[in-house]
Design a protein around this ligand. Structure first.
Ligand code: HEC
Length: 194
């Protein structure tokens, strides 16, 4: 009895070890399966991360409107000292629209890709003549309904002087939009194409 018992035990442990080895093999398969799955998941996550970084970049990076002076001229206004407008609004301003924005001026519904520029320059008065002087700033509105939902689908930008790289708008355009909301009936655009 005393001698037999260890043998039985040994057999038993061998029996137990058998399937346990098999189970081990299954575990490795399972592990590689999960590893593959998680590797794929990581790849998918990376792609999503890159897309969102790209979208954030598109939403945040400054987009200066090149050659806007060759677009359609919507209108010009002159704000002189002595009125209700503060000094930083004074001067001669011109509004320019790219082709998509021109379509929007007609329908009041501005499509994605519409860009409108408000260029403010010094107003110089000489001998009863008012002419435009140095550029004071360039304000820009860029339409992308899905990217700029909180500001009526418009990205608002401001470039001081002849600056083209640094956007002076730091609140995602909410302060611009607070005033432009008054032009809601015309797609948040005040000016009208004549
Ligand atoms: C207090 C009100 C007010 C604020 C704040 C304001 N705007 Fe405007 N904006 C106007 C008005 C009014 C016009 C129309 C001027 C005209 O027709 O001569 C205008 C015109 C424009 C235009 C030309 C398109 C249009 O709506 O006629 C652009 C582009 C523009 N603004 C950008 C900006 C940006 C960028 C900011 C913020 C940095 C801003 N605005 C802040 C009142 C405002």
């Amino acid at each position: 009895m005393c001698l037999e018992e260890p043998r039985i035990l040994q057999q038993r442990t061998e029996l137990e070890r058998g399937p346990s080895v098999k189970r081990g093999a299954m575990d490795t398969k399972e592990i590689t399966f999960w590893l593959k799955l998680s590797r794929r998941n990581i790849r998918i996550l990376l792609v999503f991360a890159l897309i969102s970084v790209g979208m954030a970049w598109a939403a945040d990076s400054a987009q200066y409107p090149d050659n806007f002076r060759r677009w359609v001229h919507v209108g010009t206004g002159v704000i002189l000292p002595g009125g209700v407008f503060p000094e930083n609004e004074q001067g001669m301003h011109h509004i320019f629209a790219n082709q998509k924005a021109v379509d929007g001026y007609v329908s009041g519904n501005f499509p994605d890709g519409a860009v409108i520029v408000y260029e403010l320059r010094e107003a110089q008065q000489k001998n009863g003549v008012i002419i435009e002087g140095e550029r004071r700033r360039v304000d820009v509105m860029i339409k992308d309904a899905s990217l700029y939902k909180s500001t009526g689908g418009w990205k608002f930008e401001r470039f001081m002087g002849n600056q083209q790289l640094q956007d002076a708008v730091h609140d995602s355009g909410s302060s611009c939009f607070q005033c432009h909301i008054n032009a809601k009936a015309h797609g948040f655009v005040f000016s009208q194409n004549r």
